[in-house]
Design a binder for this molecule. Structure first.
Ligand SMILES: [Zn+2]
Length: 70
């Protein structure tokens, strides 16, 4: 997100936050080049939104990540 987009997101009446809130819990395909991952948006702390990437159990990238961040 660039500065212009961040400023637009802060404007009253912006469509960004309601659009993100509407996606709460929806599965969005993608998010990892190494597996068949999907993403979900967590809007429980709106106006802060968390994007979670759900990797396959066999994802080589996530396997390496878990080993390096155990
Ligand atoms: Zn993955």
């Amino acid at each position: 997100m660039n500065r212009k987009q961040r400023r637009a997101a802060r404007q009253p009446g912006s469509n960004v936050r309601p659009a993100l809130a509407a996606l709460d819990g929806t599965r969005i395909p993608g998010g990892c080049d190494d597996c068949d991952a999907y993403q979900t948006i967590d809007a429980t702390h709106a106006p802060m939104f968390m994007l979670n990437v759900h990797h396959d159990d066999t994802c080589p990238w996530f396997t390496t990540y878990r080993k390096e961040n155990a």
